[in-house]
Write a protein that binds this ligand. Structure first.
Ligand code: CMP
Length: 454
């Protein structure tokens, strides 16, 4: 029964349907208790449907595999055992169709206390937190946005429940709590109750709707106290959520402002200022201001390797010498690479300099050029590498390297490169082959240039 697995689309659809039914039931049950509208056939059918859904959910939960951390529990006895010790009682109570069981209740003749049994449906709301955790792990929506939606949902639910209790206590109820049923009155009473809740919870308290009985007055005081506490909590939370909605963007903006102020203070030429701004613009465009190297720095080695392998998967696929290389080799390489960015027109190194690094191109265009930068010998793009000749053949750089536009490169230093290659001679011979071919080409090229004076 693969469709019962926690990540199967059908199981997810079912979970969403149950949650939607839960929310509808939690909004409707308290309304039915307070307004006590008559049970029509349609309502009874709806009630039966919700109960059937909840009963089906109880049965599914007895057999559906459970995800615990990375482990998937598939043993039926373990699944059933965990469910019985966990959510079973809550799920079962909320599944009972009290309106059908206590048939006499329909039509408003039921005892007011008995009507409260319908509230068992509300127990299911506790399940919502669990569902939200599952959603936030899988959804593409920013966690801040989800948390905000969750907070707003609970505020609305709290307001709804408080309004229902207010009506249940008989306050502001022009039609009375039982009998004299009229839809218009009910809607009007509910809207006014919500209005009372809003003015009280937000501590505005116009006082145009006031408690009459002792119970109502005590309840009002309770809501007022709750309102004062909740108001601060909610406003604080919302301010915090908004500030954290896009942490990366806020940090980027702050950094840019700092840099701009510094450059103005130091009277750095406008042209250079533009280049710096342009560079940070590129960093924002390509990596949202995150520095992957810094982020994974504190990760334990195996986790760092896993994340870096994922982040560099495209480049690894494109580099020919990595094709068919063992996972161990790729892991070692990926852990040793450091990302660097070169702006358009900048030189990575000049011909004749001592080579200490080799480079892999992730993105961008790199030109292999003569010392004066006039002649372009080759143009390299994503998946290519350069700088191997000086490293492997222990000689000065055979050409200058210039970035034609913004280039994202990964660099590995000579010592690490040699240490890694020592364990993988087949990769070393491949790179040496590249180095020899390129050196030949360069020799031919310079011979040609030498014989044709410019
Ligand atoms: P290195 O000599 O260390 O520094 C310059 C680099 O340019 C060189 O290593 C090669 O990686 C690269 N290079 C040189 N010639 C060519 C070529 N003809 N085609 C591609 N890349 C080259």
């Amino acid at each position: 029964m693969r469709f019962l697995h926690p990540n199967h689309p059908l199981k997810t659809i079912w979970d969403v349907l149950v949650i939607v039914a839960t929310v509808i039931a939690c909004v409707e049950s308290p309304l039915r208790i307070t307004l006590n509208y008559p049970m029509t056939d349609g309502l009874l059918r709806y009630d039966l449907l919700v109960s059937l859904m909840f009963v089906a959910d109880v049965m599914i939960n007895f057999v559906a595999p459970l995800q615990e951390g990375k482990k998937l529990i598939t043993d039926p006895r373990m699944i059933a055992g965990r469910y019985l010790r966990g959510w079973f009682v809550i799920d079962l109570l909320s599944a009972l169709p009290f309106d059908l069981l206590l048939g006499g209740m329909a039509g408003g003749t039921a005892n007011r206390m008995l009507r409260l049994l319908r509230l068992t449906r509300l127990l299911r709301l506790v399940r919502l937190a669990q569902f939200m955790r599952k959603i936030s792990r899988r959804s593409a929506v920013a966690p801040g946005v989800l948390r905000m939606a969750y907070l707003v949902f609970w505020i609305l639910m709290a307001a709804h429940f408080t309004a229902c209790i207010w009506l249940y206590l008989g306050a502001g109820n022009s039609a009375g709590t039982s009998g004299n049923y009229a839809m218009d009155d009910s809607v009007r009473n509910y809207v006014r109750a919500l209005y009372w809740v809003t003015t009280t919870l937000t501590t505005i308290g116009y006082g145009d709707i006031a408690p009459v009985t002792n119970v109502q007055t005590v309840f009002t005081m309770f809501v007022q106290l709750m309102g004062a506490g909740m108001y601060g909590f909610v406003i604080g939370n919302i301010a915090n959520l908004i500030a954290n909605l896009d942490v990366a963007k806020a940090q980027h903006r702050e950094k840019m402002e700092k840099i701009a102020t510094f450059m103005k203070y130091k009277s750095i030429p406008a042209d250079t200022q533009n280049k710096v701004e342009d560079y940070y613009g590129y960093l924002w465009e390509t990596r949202r201001g995150y520095n992957e190297f810094q982020i994974v720095e504190d990760f334990p080695r195996p986790l760092r390797a896993e994340v870096l392998m994922f982040l560099n998967r495209e480049m690894i696929q494109k580099v020919p010498i990595f094709e068919g290389a063992s996972l161990d080799f790729l892991t070692e390489i990926v852990l040793s690479l450091k990302p660097v960015v070169y702006p358009p027109g900048s030189y990575v190194f000049k011909k004749g300099s001592v080579g200490r690094n080799m480079y892999f191109i992730s993105r961008g265009t790199i030109e292999v050029v003569s010392e004066d930068g006039e002649t372009v010998f080759a143009t390299l793009t994503g998946g290519n590498f350069f700088g191997e000749i000086a490293l492997l053949l222990d000689q000065p750089r055979t050409a200058s390297i210039r970035s034609a536009d913004y280039s994202d490169l990964y660099t590995i230093d000579k010592e690490t490169f040699e240490r890694v290659l020592k364990n993988y001679p087949e990769v070393e011979s491949q790179i040496q082959e590249f180095a020899r071919k390129r050196q030949e080409e360069m020799k031919k090229e310079s011979a040609k240039r030498g014989s044709t004076p410019s």
